[in-house]
Design a protein. Structure first.
Ligand SMILES: Nc1ncnc2c1ncn2[C@@H]1O[C@H](COP(=O)(O)OP(=O)(O)OP(=O)(O)O)[C@@H](O)[C@H]1O
Length: 368
């Protein structure tokens, strides 16, 4: 055992059901006080990874370490209740017949009665629910029940907290507050957290590190800013937001399009590429007597398009354009209210520094 070992480390975990591998060589390291989000579409193997770490599912191969100590491989297995791991799932189900105090104290196996009561009071105080200590779950709102569930999970002072979509049952207005509060408490306790979600906003809000999972594998990992701004492929862009895509082919390290040329250093001639960018990076200009803005190095050449439709989304507007030259549709988001009428002529440019260029192995590959 080493002192600088990560709090939780999993190495090359594989897990298959009926011969189908749903977790495929997954490795992760999470330090104390760090929150890692396992982010990916439904069915990609996130929950199974969590269940393996919790010990309720057995991996086919791979190892799990806590503080550098092996707790599970295929030969040796510490049972779930001795792993010092707390669990919080979407259906956090408090025991309806137990009081709030007894729910929180449920996992406290050590210490005398007074000591346990003190820990329960301390935790309920921390989640601001001490007044409900002798109440029952049905007397609490969904958000309050969730906070009791957090107190219950924290009661035995777990080294690691595994959370599977824990906030998805909550109403939108409650969710942000509870997420932030939960995060503060977990950080205070120095717990290593692995949070599973399929919502990019939740991962961006909570995570120190995001591990993007697809088809059982972690395909990209890093700080939220890095994963968002340096996505590894088109699907990774599309996972976080709408994505516009322009198809092109590379010639002389340039991908030529009606929007001008895009640098494609190191990409061989003849390679088909997708130029991918987010709607907020499509620039809109008004028509000036049949002309658009002049070409620039940073924004390329303007392309004529007609407004297809526009919608107000709350703090921004989404405008869809149909391009004159090929009839394809591009989306733009604009802050505040901007609702041009369908059929309005406008000119579009693309911010070069916000584009991603991905070689495409087959043009039929939609990538999302
Ligand atoms: N016990 C099991 N037996 C057979 N197949 C299973 C079992 N558990 C999970 N699977 C399958 O493994 C795949 C991955 O499931 P998992 O629940 O890990 O995905 P997920 O990414 O958490 O999805 P979601 O976000 O929808 O919960 C799915 O296709 C699922 O049907």
């Amino acid at each position: 055992m080493t002192t600088d070992a990560p709090r939780l480390e999993i190495k090359d975990i594989c897990c298959a059901f009926d011969g189908r591998r749903v977790v495929d060589n997954v490795s992760l390291r999470i330090n104390r006080g760090q929150v890692t989000c396992l982010l990916g579409p439904s069915g990609c193997g996130k929950s199974t990874t969590l269940r393996v770490i919790a010990g309720v599912e057995m991996q086919d191969s791979g190892e799990i370490y806590v503080d550098g100590k092996l707790i599970c491989d295929t030969a040796h297995r510490v049972p779930p209740e001795r792993r010092e791991i707390g669990l919080m799932f979407q259906d956090f189900a408090l025991f309806p017949h137990l009081s709030v105090a007894d729910n929180v104290g449920f996992g406290l196996k050590t210490g005398g009665k007074a000591e346990r009561r003190a820990r329960i009071e301390e935790l309920l105080e921390r989640v601001d629910l001490k007044r409900f200590i002798d109440g029952f779950p049905h007397q609490l709102s969904g958000g309050e029940q969730q906070r009791v569930a957090l107190a219950r999970a924290l009661a035995p002072k777990p080294k690691i907290m595994l959370m599977d979509e824990p906030f998805s049952g909550l109403d939108n207005r409650l969710r942000d507050g509870i997420r932030d509060e939960t995060l503060t408490i977990l950080k205070e306790q120095d717990t290593a957290v692995l949070l599973v979600t399929h919502e990019p906003e939740e991962a961006m809000r909570m995570a120190d590190e995001i591990a993007l999972m697809r088809d059982g594998r972690i395909v990209q990992q890093g700080a939220p800013y890095n994963v968002y701004t340096r996505p590894m492929d088109r699907a990774a862009v599309a996972f976080f937001s709408d994505a516009n895509v322009i198809a092109a082919e590379v010639n002389g390290a340039l991908a030529r399009t009606p929007f001008g040329s895009f640098l494609a250093p190191g990409v061989p001639d003849g390679t088909p590429v997708d130029i991918v960018f987010r709607p907020q990076h499509l620039r809109i200009d008004f028509d000036r007597a049949g002309q658009g803005p002049k070409p620039t190095a940073s924004d390329g050449t303007a392309v004529r398009a007609l407004v297809e439709r526009s919608r107000f989304m709350g703090n921004e507007s989404l405008v869809e354009f149909r391009l004159d030259h090929d009839g394809s549709v591009l989306k733009s988001t604009v802050p505040n209210v901007f609702l041009p009428k369908p059929g309005t002529v406008m000119w579009l440019t693309i911010r070069r520094d916000r584009c991603f260029i991905f070689p495409v192995s087959e043009r039929t590959d939609k990538g999302t």
